[in-house]
Design a protein around this ligand. Structure first.
Ligand code: ADP
Ligand code: MG
Length: 529
């Protein structure tokens, strides 16, 4: 029976040619980020639809900004995005590993090994690799964590910026870490990044507490306030705006006056309610009208208006407060607590600094121009993500391809013990792991094959700590990566291998691709950002 009538609006590729197309798409994508891997990786200049430019070395940024339609390529991009979300690093490695696994699988498919068998081999290899990875880890001290954070910034910005930002990221992660029964937790979203153009990168610093570029709304309000209660309002203390189609019919003299008087009365009532709560600090998302402003100043409350929702959320978390949408509904249980609240002028700009029980920190990201500040922000966010992961699990692995070479060697030996054709899949997996040292070599202008062979040989002859031998991209020869301080968090490498395997297997399992034909009469749907 033919399925032609059913699928008449669908383009279909099946079997090998579907797999081949998909693998080609994955490899094309890996080709786009290959040259960015490692400290010697090159940058990409990205230009978006509006002509905005961004120079980046970050795999996931390149991929996410590419307008890719191929569904398989999108799957790979997703794997990289997930890696970015979970681990903040290892995004390029994930895509390279996955594409390499697929390429090696294709060689096997052409020799009539079934993709499902290869996928099973991959699964076995992955399980084994996770076991071994555990044993390759080293316990880390603080200085190691610093080095690992710096390694994660490899290729991003210049050396002194990497040193400074990794130091700040490790400090920030420590400032926000909270011990819990399930281990230490550090949530990077609790660190606020405040961009500040002007000055130099070296002015970038970490401040305990939450800092906002805001001034209190009345000079008479106290500049500094000691510990007390805070109210956070997801609205304002202001007159209702008459922006809807509302008509006010003035039928007799005095109506307008009484209307205005009522408005003021409502404002006063709100302020009275605020005062009755006994707070020292008030922050509103929207405005605070003049009458209310004066009354609040008189009662000694420090108040801020037009505070961004994201900042209110951070304050709410730090102070343990609940955002209220209307002032009059606020209750004692909605209030939060703070340790101190200060107004200070930095380089002529007013800043509001709140310290809370729950810690929290702010990075003041400085740089001469907005582009530089943007780079500082991005690098710090990445470094912070990595530093936070290391608070959760402080084990480290040797970088520079050392761990990948060691894993591949052990995996090949293990593969020999697999009786079926899955053995070939496991071997293909081992070969794929070596893509990391190979590309690192390539990007430092070395011959990838010779370098890999040299690395393997040195590891084989290297004794007990031989699995620490990786490529030094500066000296361009194998070195002990741990001694050199080229370290990678265990969680990141583990996640990158797991994510790459997942993506490769799901692509291998596709043997039928059905593309709905676009209806030419349909208007293009607008793109949603
Ligand atoms: P990813 O997006 O995968 O993190 P990167 O461009 O950050 O890609 O490169 C990470 C790789 O570079 C890791 O394998 C890491 O071990 C390696 N690397 C980083 N710094 C060095 C160094 N100084 N020497 C050798 N390899 C390094
Ligand atoms: Mg990286």
């Amino acid at each position: 029976m033919s399925d032609a009538p059913l699928l008449k609006d669908t383009e279909r590729t099946t079997g090998r040619s579907a797999l081949q197309n998909n693998i080609q798409a994955a490899m094309a994508l890996a080709g786009a980020v290959r040259s960015t891997l490692g400290p010697r990786g090159l940058d990409k200049l990205l230009i978006d639809d509006d002509g905005r430019t961004l120079v980046t070395n970050d795999g996931v940024t390149v991929l996410e900004s590419a307008k890719v339609e191929h569904p398989v390529a999108r799957m790979m991009i997703n794997a990289s995005s997930v890696q970015d979300k979970i681990a903040r690093d290892g995004t390029t490695s994930t895509v390279l590993l996955s594409a390499e696994m697929l390429q090696n699988a294709w060689h096997l498919v052409t020799q009539d090994v079934h993709p499902a068998v290869i996928a099973r081999g991959f699964r076995m290899a992955e399980t084994y690799v996770h076991e071994v990875l555990d044993k390759l880890t080293i316990e880390s001290k603080k200085e190691h964590r610093l080095l690992a954070t710096r390694t994660s910034l490899a290729g991003k910005g210049h050396h002194s910026m990497q040193v400074l930002l990794s130091q700040l990221a490790v400090e920030a992660a420590e400032a926000i870490h909270v011990p819990s029964p399930d281990g230490n937790i550090a949530d990077p979203t609790r660190v606020k990044i405040l961009p500040q153009s002007g000055g130099s990168i070296n002015d970038t610093r970490l401040v305990t507490g939450l800092v906002l570029a805001k001034n209190r709304i009345h000079e008479d309000m106290p500049r500094n306030v000691g510990a007390g209660k805070i109210l956070l309002v997801d609205g304002g203390i202001e007159r209702r705006s008459m922006n809807s189609d509302m008509n006010l019919k003035v039928t007799s003299p005095g109506v307008l006056e009484s209307f205005r008087a009522k408005e003021v009365e409502l404002l006063i009532e709100q302020v009275e309610h605020v005062k009755s709560l006994g707070i020292k600090l008030l922050a509103c998302k929207e405005g605070i009208d003049d009458e209310a402003r004066i009354l609040l100043a008189e009662s000694g409350i420090q108040a801020f208006r037009r505070v961004a929702r994201s900042d209110l959320d951070l304050l709410a978390r730090g102070c343990g407060a609940i955002l209220v949408s209307e002032v009059k509904r606020a209750q004692a249980s909605d209030l939060g607590a703070f340790i101190s609240s200060k107004n200070e002028k930095w380089a002529g700009v007013a800043h509001w600094i709140v310290e809370t029980e729950e810690g929290g920190a702010t990075l003041i990201a400085c740089g001469s121009t907005e582009t530089v500040v943007g780079e500082v922000e991005r690098c710090f966010a990445d470094a912070l993500g990595v530093a936070c992961r290391m608070i959760e699990d402080n084990r480290l692995l040797a970088g520079g391809g050392a761990t990948h070479v060691a894993l591949a060697r052990k995996l090949r030996r293990y593969a020999e013990s697999i009786p079926g054709r899955e053995q070939l899949g496991a071997e293909a997996f081992a070969d794929a792991l070596e893509v990391i040292p190979r590309v690192l070599a390539e990007n430092s202008g070395l011959d990838p094959i010779d370098t890999l062979l040299q690395l393997v040989a040195e590891q084989v002859n290297g004794g007990a700590q031989s699995h620490h031998l990786g490529l030094d991209v500066v000296e361009r020869k194998p070195v002990n990566a741990v001694e050199k301080g080229v370290l990678e968090p265990y969680l990141i490498t583990r996640q990158s291998i797991a994510g790459a395997t997942e993506a490769a297997i799901s692509i291998l399992r596709i043997d039928d691709v059905l593309w709905a034909k676009q209806d030419p009469s349909m208007p293009e749907t607008p793109e949603m950002e």
